[in-house]
Design a protein around this ligand. Structure first.
Ligand SMILES: CC(C)(COP(=O)(O)OP(=O)(O)OC[C@H]1O[C@@H](n2cnc3c(N)ncnc32)[C@H](O)[C@@H]1OP(=O)(O)O)[C@@H](O)C(=O)NCCC(=O)NCCS
Length: 173
């Protein structure tokens, strides 16, 4: 796999340098586990690098619903390298939505920019797929912005194809 081009700034703090080193770790030294409260600050920071928004309240709410309150249906997973969070994924089993038998939905995935293209996203998707299978689910679904070619390339690489559902929307203003 290609290596990342990120270099360590000589002025970076030791904590920041450790964070970057962890972020560059290849997938074989990455572990995937359920999120913990202490991970939230790093999850929020990774999300902010992608969206440009720091959404503290949103992530606390997601943690309550998918972290501690998740049980077997909802999952909030993090990828960890050298004690640092390098990526996360959120998904849930949705029962009989639009007449569809229970299926596994992935609705958020982010890998720290310094850790990408080392298999971390693949490890996260494999982990939630295993949890969904354990729950008896045999189909995985997701939704993506039509102009997000990166996420499309990633999901295609995992075997995902256009599905049978069509998203519709309208303005309520
Ligand atoms: C998409 C994302 C999760 C991929 O994570 P990753 O750890 O880099 O993925 P992997 O290393 O497991 O890559 C698996 C495959 O995805 C595809 N892929 C990954 N990065 C790619 C890129 N930059 N360009 C094209 N294809 C890419 C490749 O097919 C790759 O397989 P390969 O390495 O054998 O070529 C990561 O780039 C990311 O977080 N992007 C931002 C996500 C986002 O926009 N989130 C908001 C919507 S939820």
């Amino acid at each position: 796999m290609p290596s990342t081009a990120t270099t360590t700034s000589p002025r970076a703090s030791p904590r920041r340098r450790a964070s970057r080193a962890a972020a560059r770790a290849p997938a074989d030294v990455v572990s995937v586990r359920a999120v913990r409260r202490g991970d939230l600050a790093q999850v929020i920071a990774i999300d902010a690098t992608v969206t440009g928004l720091v959404k503290q309240n949103y992530w606390r709410s997601v943690y309550r619903r998918y972290g501690i309150g998740g049980k077997d249906q909802r999952h909030f997973l993090v990828a960890v390298a050298d004690g640092r969070i390098v990526g996360f994924l959120i998904g849930e089993v949705r029962d009989w939505e639009f007449g569809s038998p229970p299926c596994g939905w992935v609705f958020a995935i982010d890998v720290h920019p310094d850790a990408r293209q080392h298999g971390v996203g693949t490890r996260l998707l494999e982990a939630i797929s295993a949890l969904f299978r354990r729950a008896g689910v045999t189909r995985l679904r997701t939704m993506l912005a039509s102009d997000n070619t990166l996420i499309l390339s990633f999901f295609r690489s995992q075997g995902m194809m256009a599905g049978s559902l069509i998203p519709l929307e309208m303005s309520l203003e």
